[in-house]
Ligand binder design. Structure first.
Ligand SMILES: Nc1ncnc2c1ncn2[C@@H]1O[C@H](COP(=O)(O)OP(=O)(O)OP(=O)(O)O)[C@@H](O)[C@H]1O
Ligand SMILES: [Mg+2]
Length: 322
C-alpha cells in the first residue's frame, strides 16, 4: 500500500495475518495478509459479513492476539516486539469497547470500580483524585455520580454501553477499537451511543477503528472505510468514494442491500443479490476469496489471488477486474 503522509499516521498495518490452528492440520485464516493505515484523529470503518475477520483484525491490531505474520506499527514502533513497561504503556494508549455490554462488565463490581479498572492497573490516580476521575467520566458519558456505587445489572443496555465507554476512556487513551458497540442495543438508543462516541472523539482527540456489519451506519461516522471478506481486505477508500463509486463487486452487493429512503427509487432500483453462502475460511481455495459468489468471475479469479492495489487516488481494491 503506498504511503500516506507519514506524520498523519497513527497505525500502519502491514501484511497482517492471523491464523488459528483448528485441529487435524486445518488452518483457519481469519485475517490473511491485510494492509492499511489509520490516520490520527480519524474514524476508520471496518465492515463485512459475520465471520469475515473484523474482530480478529481489531484484536490483533491491539496486540490482544499475537499476529501469525506481518506488522502493526504504532507511531513508528512495531507493537509485537513490545515487552514489560513499553507493552503496558501501549495498552494504556489503545483500548477496546465491546459489542456486548452485558458480558463485558463484571457483575460483582460497582460501576465506579469498573470505570477505574484501568486507572488502578496503571496506578494513575488514588483516593480523592480517583473518585474525581470516576465522576468526571460518568459526566462525560451522560451518567450520574450516584451511579458509581451501583452494579451493572441495575442498568439498561445503553447505559451499560456508556459504562463500557467510560471504562475505556478513563485511562485517557489515543486509539479505540469500537467492536460493534451498538449492534446489541435497541435501535432507538443506537444513535445516542454513536453520537456520544462522536462527541467524545472530538473532545478527546481520539482515533477510532469502528467495526460494524451495517454499511449505512459506518457511512455516517467514518472518514474512510475498509470492506473485508473472508479474511481479506476487498476495498478501501474514503467513505465518500466508497459509497459514490464502489469498485469491488462485493462492495456493490453490500451497498445494494441497503434500502433507499425514497420509496419511488427503492421500488424501481435494481438490487444485486449475493448468491450462495460465505465459504469456509478453513484451508481456503486459491484465487480470489469472493470468486465463488462473483458474477463477473473469470478463470484467473479462481486461480490467483488479486493484488490489493491503488486504482484511484487513495482508493484501493483487490479484484482482477481492475
Ligand atoms: N479464537 C479462535 N479460534 C479459532 N477460530 C476463531 C477464533 N476467533 C475467531 N475465529 C474464527 O475466525 C473467523 C473470523 O472471526 P471474527 O470473530 O474475527 O469475525 P467477525 O467479522 O468479527 O464476525 P462477527 O461479525 O460475527 O463478529 C471466524 O471464522 C471465526 O470462527
Ligand atoms: Mg466480531
Amino acid at each position: 500500500m503506498p504511503e500516506d503522509n507519514s506524520k498523519d499516521i497513527l497505525i500502519e498495518v502491514k501484511n497482517l495475518k492471523k491464523y488459528f490452528n483448528v485441529g487435524a492440520g486445518a488452518v483457519l485464516k481469519a485475517v490473511d495478509d491485510v494492509s492499511f493505515v489509520i490516520r490520527k484523529g480519524e474514524t476508520l470503518g471496518l465492515v463485512g459479513e459475520s465471520g469475515c475477520g473484523k474482530t480478529t483484525c481489531g484484536r490483533t491490531v491491539l496486540g490482544l492476539y499475537g499476529a501469525t505474520d506481518g506488522h502493526v506499527i504504532y507511531e513508528g514502533v512495531d507493537i509485537q516486539g513490545l515487552k514489560g513497561k513499553a507493552k503496558k504503556d501501549f495498552t494504556k494508549k489503545a483500548q477496546i469497547i465491546f459489542q456486548d455490554p452485558y458480558a463485558s462488565l463484571n457483575p460483582r463490581m460497582t460501576v465506579g470500580d469498573i470505570i477505574a479498572e484501568g486507572i488502578d492497573i496503571h496506578g494513575m490516580y488514588r483516593g480523592a483524585a480517583r473518585t474525581k476521575k470516576i465522576y468526571e467520566m460518568l459526566d462525560h458519558v451522560g451518567l450520574n455520580r450516584e451511579h458509581a456505587s451501583r452494579f451493572p445489572h441495575e442498568f439498561s443496555g445503553g447505559q451499560r454501553q456508556r459504562i463500557g465507554i467510560a471504562r475505556a476512556l478513563a485511562i485517557e487513551p489515543e486509539f479505540i477499537v469500537c467492536d460493534e458497540p451498538i449492534s446489541a442495543l435497541d435501535v432507538s438508543i443506537q444513535a445516542q451511543i454513536v453520537n456520544l462516541l462522536i462527541k467524545l472523539q472530538k473532545e478527546m482527540g481520539l482515533t477510532y477503528l469502528f467495526i460494524a456489519h451495517d454499511l449505512s451506519m459506518v457511512k455516517h461516522i467514518s472518514d474512510r472505510v475498509g470492506v473485508m471478506y473472508l479474511g481479506n481486505m476487498m476495498e478501501f477508500a474514503s467513505s465518500h468514494d466508497l459509497y459514490e463509486k464502489p469498485l469491488h463487486p462485493y462492495t456493490q452487493a453490500l451497498l445494494s442491500a441497503i434500502p433507499v429512503p425514497d420509496p419511488e427509487i427503492e421500488k424501481n432500483r435494481e438490487r444485486i443479490k449475493l448468491e450462495g453462502e460465505v465459504p469456509s475460511p478453513i484451508n481456503p481455495k486459491p484465487g480470489c476469496r469472493f470468486s465463488a459468489r462473483c458474477k463477473y468471475a473469470k478463470q484467473i479469479c479462481f486461480q490467483e489471488r488479486p493484488q490489493f492495489k491503488e486504482v484511484e487516488k487513495q482508493h484501493f481494491v483487490s479484484c482482477h477486474l481492475f
